[in-house]
Design a protein around this ligand. Structure first.
Ligand code: AMP
Length: 189
């Protein structure tokens, strides 16, 4: 059983690593960004409400995200474990997650914080070429990260749930470092 939160700025490699680890443990990789992009593509009500925020690099309002996460964690595959990628992103979301996990009798095993310098992130994101990856929007997403999401580092560190991961390495090196964290702290039980 593995239940982990991947925390870190956009472009830190959370999605890439979440995919690998989730496959290795046969658990869902739950990316709120992926769910939102699918909703936008399908033009659902959620997608229509979320799109303008995403295009600008702003966070989608908490209430929309909270309903979405509640629904996703309630699906049967999530009973076997999960990796949350890109959620929580605000203290309100983290507090909601605490309550939700209590309600559904689950707990989180740890929070892995992907550390990558801003200049490296900008270069990586520019190379990725997603719709919200032009330079102005990238810089704005980093600002939003520092203002609204970075406070979660202390939030989880204070609860001794935080594990630092140097994300400024090759994909393989990050994968090995992540595996090391998971094994040495017995996060997969
Ligand atoms: P990501 O793929 O995680 O970089 O997310 C892409 C975009 O989706 C973000 O820039 C936000 O607009 C939105 N988004 C994803 N996850 C969240 C979240 N937990 N809270 C608010 N907005 C989110």
């Amino acid at each position: 059983m593995v239940r982990l939160i991947f925390l870190g700025p956009p472009g830190a490699g959370k999605g890439t690593q979440a995919l690998v680890l989730a496959q290795a443990h046969s658990i869902p990789h739950i990316s709120t960004g992926d769910i939102l992009r699918a909703a936008v593509a399908q033009k659902t009500e959620l997608g229509q409400k979320a799109q303008s925020y995403m295009d600008k690099g702003e966070l989608v309002p908490d209430q929309l995200i909270l309903d979405m996460v509640r629904e996703r964690l309630g699906q049967s595959d999530a009973a076997q474990g999960w990796i949350l990628d890109g959620f929580p992103r605000t203290v309100v979301q983290a507090t909601f997650l605490d309550q939700l996990l209590q309600e559904i009798n689950q707990s989180c095993d740890g929070v892995v914080n992907f550390e990558v310098p801003d200049e490296v992130l900008v270069a990586r994101l520019l190379g990725r070429g997603r719709k919200d990856d032009n330079e102005d929007v990238i810089r704005h997403r980093l600002e939003v990260y520092h203002q609204q999401t970075a406070p979660l580092i202390d939030f989880y560190r204070d609860r001794q749930q935080l594990f630092a991961l140097d994300g400024n390495q090759s994909v393989d090196q990050v994968r090995e470092a992540l595996e090391q964290i998971v094994q040495s702290h017995s996060l997969a039980t």
